[in-house]
Design a protein around this ligand. Structure first.
Ligand code: COA
Length: 256
C-alpha cells in the first residue's frame, strides 16, 4: 500500500499522508507506513527538518479510521491504540524538529498526531477537534495528555468534553497552533521556517527538544538540573565551539 509519500528538498523531508478518499483517516496500515516514513526521515543524514502534512486542501488527517474501529474488539482496539502511540512517540522523540503543516481537518487522531509534532503551522482552512466523545470513545493517541500540556487543562477539558470543532483563528488564539497562513502560502512559509532552523546547530536543537520533552516528566528542580548538565555537555562538541567562535569572529556559523 502507498498511503504515505516522502520527498526531500533542501534538507527538509515533506511527509504527506495520501489517502484523500477517506480524508487521510488512519487505519493500521496508514499508521505503520507513516511511522516507517518518519523513522526513515529521522535516520536520513541528509534530512534536518521534517514537515508532516495531508494530501489535498480538505484534510490534514480526519482522525482514526471510524469504519475500521466500528468492527474492533477490545484487544484489537488496544493494538490499534498502541500503533498510534508508537507513531506519536516516534514523532515527539525525534531529535529533528517535526512541524505539522495543518492544511485542513485535524480531527481526533489527526489532532493528536499534530500535538505530537514539535509545533503546528496551520492554513486558514484548518479545523481542529477532539470529537471522540461524540462516538462514545476517548482520545487514545495522547489527546488527554498532550493537549492540556499545550493549551492548559481548562481549555483542553472543554475541547475534549465538548467535542466541538474550532477554526484556525481560535486554535491560534488558544496556543494550539503557532502561526496561521493562507492555504496557498502554508507549505511555502513552513519550508521557509524550516530553512531558518537548518542554519542552527543540530545537536543544540536535538538537546533543546529533549529537555523540553522531558520537562513534562520532571519536577521543575530536576528539569533545571538536567538542563544545566545538557548546556555544559554541549561545550565538548565541535558544534558549540563553532557557534561561539563564529560569533566572536563576526562570521556566520557553519554547522555540519
Ligand atoms: N474514518 C473513516 N472514514 C472517514 C473519516 C474517518 N475518521 N473521516 C472521513 N471519512 C470518509 C467518509 O466516510 C467519506 O467516505 P465515503 O465517501 O466512502 O462515505 C469520505 O471520508 C469523505 O468524508 P465526508 O464525510 O463525505 O466529507 P464531509 O466534507 O461531508 O465531512 C468531516 C467532513 C471531516 C466533517 C466528516 O467526514 C467527519 O466528521 N469525519 C469524522 C471525523 C472524526 O470524528 N474523526 C475522529 C475520529 S476518532
Amino acid at each position: 500500500m502507498n498511503f504515505i509519500q516522502t520527498s526531500v528538498h533542501d534538507r527538509v523531508a515533506a511527509v504527506t499522508v495520501d489517502r484523500p478518499d477517506a480524508l487521510n483517516a488512519m487505519n493500521p496500515s496508514v499508521l505503520k507506513e507513516l511511522t516507517t516514513h518518519i523513522q526513515s526521515a529521522i535516520d536520513n543524514t541528509d534530512v534536518r527538518v521534517i514537515v508532516l502534512t495531508g494530501r489535498g486542501d480538505k484534510a490534514f488527517i480526519a482522525g482514526a479510521d471510524i469504519k475500521e474501529m466500528s468492527q474492533m474488539s477490545t484487544k484489537e482496539a488496544y493494538s490499534f491504540g498502541q500503533l498510534g502511540k508508537k507513531l506519536a512517540d516516534t514523532i515527539e522523540q525525534s531529535p529533528k524538529p517535526v512541524i505539522a503543516a495543518v492544511n485542513g481537518f485535524a480531527l481526533g487522531g489527526g489532532c493528536e498526531i499534530s500535538l505530537a509534532c514539535h509545533f503546528r503551522f496551520a492554513s486558514e482552512k484548518a479545523k481542529f477537534a477532539q470529537p471522540e466523545v461524540k462516538l462514545g470513545i476517548i482520545p487514545g493517541w495522547g489527546g488527554t495528555q498532550r493537549l492540556p500540556r499545550i493549551v492548559g487543562k481548562g481549555i483542553a477539558t472543554e475541547l475534549i468534553i465538548g467535542g466541538h470543532m474550532i477554526d484556525a483563528k481560535e486554535a491560534h488564539r488558544i496556543g494550539l497552533v503557532n502561526r496561521v497562513f493562507s492555504s496557498d502560502a502554508l507549505l511555502e512559509e513552513t519550508n521557509a521556517f524550516a530553512q531558518l532552523i537548518i542554519k542552527n546547530g543540530p545537536q543544540a536543537i536535538a538537546e533543546s527538544l529533549r529537555c523540553i520533552n522531558e520537562s513534562s516528566n520532571r519536577t521543575l528542580s530536576d528539569g533545571l538540573s538536567h538542563e544545566v548538565n545538557s548546556f555544559a555537555q554541549l561545550f565538548s562538541t565541535e558544534e558549540t565551539k563553532e557557534g561561539l567562535t563564529a560569533f566572536v569572529e563576526k562570521r556566520p556559523a557553519h554547522f555540519r
